[in-house]
Design a protein around this ligand. Sequence first.
Ligand code: NAP
Length: 271
Amino acid sequence: MVSGNTRVCCLIGDPVAHSLSPLVHNAGYQALGIDFIYVSFQARDIKPAIEAIRGLGIRGASITVPHKITAMPYLDHVDDEAREIGAVNTVVNNNGVLTGYNSDGTGARQALEEVTTLAGKKAVLIGSGGGAVAIAAALKKSGTRLVILNRTVEKARHLAKMVNADDFGDLDKLTAVSSADILINATQVGMWPGVSESVIPRELLHQRLTVFDIVYNPRETRLLTEAKEKGCPVVYGYRMLLYQAARQFELFTGHQAPLPVMEHALIEALG
Ligand SMILES: NC(=O)c1ccc[n+]([C@@H]2O[C@H](COP(=O)([O-])OP(=O)(O)OC[C@H]3O[C@@H](n4cnc5c(N)ncnc54)[C@H](OP(=O)(O)O)[C@@H]3O)[C@@H](O)[C@H]2O)c1
C-alpha cells in the first residue's frame, strides 16, 4: 500500500512506455515487503527532470535513452565507472546530493560470468553504441582481449581508443570470430520486429565460442538459436537486464535484490 512514507523511485527517459523496469523493481519491493514504489516518467528535457529528483525527494532514478549522457552535468557526483563509460543509467539521491552510476557494464559482466571466465579470453564485440561502450569498459577491466567491430568503423575506432581495445574494424572483419572465445552482439540486429536477422553468418559460429546477445526482445534471438544448434554456450540479454536492475535496486533500497522474484517478473513480461 502506498502511504505518506512511501519512497519513490522512477525511470526517466523518452519513450518509457515499453520499459520493463517498473515491473521488475516493484516485484522486488513487494517480495521484500519494503515501502517503495517505482514509476515511469516520460521526460523530453533532462534538466527539469533531474531537478525534480532533488525537489521531490525521489530516492533513485533509472536513466534511459536519450538522457544517459546529457544527465551527467546536472549531477553532484559521478562514480568512476560511469565517468569512464561517459554515461549514467542510475541516479541515487542522498538528502539532495545526486550521484550517478552505470550498472550496464556490471550487469553484462555478471551475465557472462554465469557461463565463462573473462580474464585472458578473446572477445569480439559487435557494436559501438550505448550498450557496447559499457560492455567494452567492463571487459577490458576484466582482463579480456577485446576486438571491437562496428558497421560504422569510425565509431569502433573511437571506442577502441577509449577503452584501449586490442583491435577494431568494420563488419568485414567478422572472421575474427574463428579464433575468439566470446562473441557479443551489442547491436539491435535481431531485435523485434527484425527477428529473422542475425548479425553474423551461422557458418562462423563454432563450439568453443560463448555467444552473448544483449538483445532481449525476443528473449531468444536468431543468433542465440543458431549458437545453441552449433553447441555454443549462450548468454541471454535478459540476464544483463536483470543484473543491472538488481544493482540499481541495491543502490536505491540498501537491500539485497531478490533475484529469483525479479527474474520471474522479467520472464513473464518477455514471454
Ligand atoms: N540487455 C540489456 O541490458 C541491454 C542494455 C542496453 C541495450 N540493449 C539492447 O542492445 C541493442 C543496442 O542498444 P544501444 O542502446 O547500444 O543502441 P545504440 O546506441 O543506438 O547503438 C546501436 C548499435 O547497433 C548498430 N547497428 C544498428 N543497426 C545495425 C545493422 N542493421 N547492422 C549492423 N549494425 C547495426 C549501430 O551501428 P552504427 O554505429 O553503424 O550505427 C550501433 O553500433 C538494443 O536492442 C537494446 O535493446 C540491451
